[in-house]
Design a protein around this ligand. Structure first.
Ligand code: THU
Length: 133
């Protein structure tokens, strides 16, 4: 099993715990941290819709709480005919902890998948180097 497969399996497993009664789109995310460990997250919606949390944000929070510093590789799993790509906000969140070449696996529940890089998802990313010194 390649690391991508293990990450996809972990994202698929945690997706079962997602709390998405409003959109009914359940999403699971898994991160391989720079410490070699797996960190997972699922989306958590709220009746006050803007208070909802994306699966990727939950997985990043788990990674930081667990002590890892960087995203080595990531997977995102949702249902539907096509793989669900991370939303714009999550692309920026991932960019905080990953490189343009970092692999992100997008997979459906049925097994269809695509491997993209963060750089492909978020070209011309806003980064700390754009802040005044
Ligand atoms: N969602 C994620 O968890 N990740 C994404 O990148 C796309 C959207 C969630 C948020 C919300 O709970 C549901 O999918 C519908 O937008």
């Amino acid at each position: 099993m390649s690391d991508g497969d293990e990450l996809i399996a972990a994202a698929r497993a945690v997706r079962a715990n997602a709390y998405a009664p409003y959109s009914r789109l359940t999403v699971g995310a898994a991160i391989r941290g720079d410490d070699g460990r797996l960190y997972v997250g699922a989306n958590v919606e709220n009746v006050s819709y803007p208070e909802g949390l994306c699966a990727e944000a939950a997985a990043i929070a788990a990674m930081i709480a667990g002590g890892a510093k960087r995203i080595a590789e990531m997977a995102i799993v949702a249902a539907g005919p096509d793989p669900v790509p991370p939303c714009g906000g999550c692309r920026q969140r991932i960019a905080e902890f990953a490189e343009p070449a970092t692999a992100i696996h997008l997979a459906t529940e049925a097994g269809a998948g695509v491997r993209v890089t963060l750089g492909e998802l978020l070209p011309l990313a806003f980064a700390s180097r754009h802040l005044p010194r």
